[in-house]
Design a protein around this ligand. Structure first.
Ligand code: COA
Length: 262
């Protein structure tokens, strides 16, 4: 469901690889395109490739082009900047090694009433509401050229799609069984991938985020999982601090993400 198809476009010998992102296009009500690779070495050639792309896809005002470039490819970042792309975030991948992680090292004042439980379709509405209101530090909310309503709706749609995919959706409930957060994970045979998590904004900033992630680590550890992978934005200081607190994480694969809204 979350797979894209790379297409290739050429101007002379210069090439541009791109992929349409249908789920973002649906949510943002535009055409969202990822520029996956380009061979252009100067502004004129890159502009020609982008014009060709614009004509091929009939792109219009409000459509979003984005690209993820390793920071070491500075000349590519500079070229994208010169044709109107702008920096929006840096992402990194966290590799969390659960093999030496001890859940009992952490003490939470609120006790055992808070739990992560498998979510069912009857929980979708509430989880959707939380997801549609809690994100603020992602690249869609930070981009002043993207409407906040579209950025919120994108996370609501993400919840709908997760319930129809192989991802596992958990609800985070308090001691009165009220849903106050959620966690979405893809469990592969040799690692678990954190896809999306969040707390109801009413409960953010009280130490419950640390408890939410602790519950998830513990649940996976109980299942015999020893490796977690998660891509996060360096703009998201809340989640970075949660990961720092729980420890055992190695930072790898940095990417600079650039946007251009037409
Ligand atoms: C990520 C999230 C679950 C964390 O929950 P939380 O309630 O903020 O987390 P906690 O209060 O347990 O801990 C957050 C830590 O970050 C710190 N922090 C919060 N905002 C910060 C900021 N702007 N700058 C620096 N540190 C910050 C807090 O002080 C706290 O550390 P401390 O306990 O040592 O003081 C919650 O913020 C959330 O739902 N965010 C929106 C969704 C999201 O971004 N999800 C993660 C990516 S999928």
């Amino acid at each position: 469901m979350f797979e894209t198809k790379t297409r290739i476009l050429k101007v002379g010998t210069a090439k541009l690889h791109y992929a349409l992102i249908p789920w973002d296009s649906d949510s943002l009500n535009n055409t969202t395109v990822e520029i996956e690779f380009f061979s252009a070495k100067n502004v004129a050639t890159l502009n020609k490739l982008l014009m060709h792309l614009q004509r091929t896809l009939h792109l219009k005002k409000g459509d979003l082009l984005f690209s993820k470039i390793p920071p070491k490819d500075f000349s590519k970042i500079q070229l994208l900047d010169q044709v109107g792309f702008y920096y929006i975030e840096q992402t990194i991948t966290l590799d969390i090694d659960l093999s030496g992680w001890n859940p009992d090292e952490f003490v939470f004042s609120r006790g055992d009433g808070y739990r992560l439980i498998l979510a069912g379709l009857s929980d979708k509405k509430l989880i959707r509401k939380i997801a549609g209101s809690t994100f603020i530090a992602d690249r869609f909310h930070l981009d002043p050229n993207i409407a906040k309503a579209g950025a919120n709706y994108r996370f609501e749609k993400w919840i709908d799609n997760s319930f129809q995919s192989t991802d596992i959706v958990y609800k985070f409930v308090d001691d009165k069984n009220l849903i106050i957060g959620f966690f979405i994970v893809n469990e592969h045979p040799d690692y678990a991938e954190f896809r999306l998590a969040g707390l109801d904004p009413k409960y953010v900033g009280r130490g419950l985020g640390k408890m939410l992630y602790h519950c998830m680590y513990r649940l996976l550890e109980d299942k015999g999982c020893t490796l977690i992978k998660s891509v996060i934005s360096l703009n998201n200081l809340q989640v970075l601090n949660v990961y720092m607190y729980l420890g055992h994480a190695k930072f790898i694969s940095p990417f600079i993400v650039l946007h251009k809204v037409l």
